[in-house]
Design a protein around this ligand. Structure first.
Ligand code: NAP
Length: 252
């Protein structure tokens, strides 16, 4: 890990924060990216040798590209990109959803992930070394009520990851889609616009995954020998499963 330069988006909370800590502990250099500067600075204080921060909104493409182009060596050439920034906004049925929520999810979960990948790929291919790790979700495979656009955005991430693998065949650039189930983080609080009571109910009565569980998974994929590619990795808490089909029946 000591010669790895790892860019992590969504590094100020939850899974991203835990990923930064896991890679920094292992000796990698990490560029921690998110909007909340105070949170990122805490990470930089914790790992002054390893962690640099980039305060950015990953959906602001122009500004992001500019900031990335100004990075100093060795942080300017990532060997690992963890495309983690993502969110669900709302849990309404499709017909009652806000258009702005749908737009924001597509901008963040799809467009910004594709944009950053597009930015780093030519360099990784030229250096013949790299690993893109995307944070998908079980929601990309199994639909649930109220999760239509979020799930579709994660299905995009899965298919995009598999497509990259096709295009990168013959290059030493790996691509992995990590697909977690329920992880206790700020995810549900963000989904319910800061309503932490409602968010806490999501995890009530069962043991969810922790951000550290997923960070360990991400790290494991990256630390495997360079000839090994984990294409997709689905991880759920033991107390979560997909419930299959449902039917609406007319009253007899
Ligand atoms: P989280 O605790 O809410 O963290 C999300 C991170 O994304 C924060 O650091 C946030 O930082 C950052 N972020 C959000 N919007 C951003 C923007 N416009 N620009 C830059 N950074 C932005 O959520 P999490 O659970 O760790 O989720 C991480 C990833 O895992 C997401 O892609 C999510 O879809 C996926 N996932 C989560 C779960 C789960 O149950 N939690 C399950 C499956 C998949 P700032 O607010 O400081 O910008």
């Amino acid at each position: 890990m000591k010669d790895q330069v790892c860019w992590v988006t969504g590094a100020s909370a939850g899974i991203g924060r835990a990923v930064v800590q896991r890679f920094a502990e292992a000796g990698a250099r990490v560029l921690a990216m998110a909007r909340r500067e105070d949170r990122l600075l805490e990470l930089a204080e914790q790992f002054p040798e390893q962690v640099r921060v980039l305060v950015c909104d990953v959906t602001d493409e122009e500004k992001l590209r500019r900031s990335l182009s100004e990075l100093q060596s060795p942080f300017h050439e990532p060997t690992i990109l963890v495309n983690n920034a993502g969110a669900a906004f709302g849990l309404e049925m499709a017909q009652a959803s806000r258009w702005s929520d749908w737009q924001r999810m597509i901008d963040l979960n799809v467009t910004s992930l594709v944009c950053l990948t597009h930015y780093v790929l030519p360099g990784m291919v030229e250096r013949n070394r790299g690993h893109i790790l995307n944070l998908g979700s079980v929601a990309g495979t199994y639909p649930y009520r109220g999760g239509q656009v979020y799930g579709a955005s994660k299905a995009f991430v899965e298919q995009f990851s598999l497509g990259l693998r096709c295009d990168l065949l013959g290059k030493q650039v790996r691509v992995t889609n990590i697909e977690p189930g329920a992880v206790q983080s700020e995810f549900a609080t963000v989904r319910f616009e800061g309503d932490s009571e409602k968010a806490a109910k999501v995890y009530e009565g069962f043991q969810p995954l922790t951000p550290a569980d997923i960070a360990e998974t991400v790290f494991w994929c990256a630390a495997l020998p360079a000839h090994v590619n984990i294409n997709r990795l689905e991880v759920m808490p033991v107390m979560q499963a997909s419930a299959g089909f449902v039917w609406h029946r007319d009253d007899p």
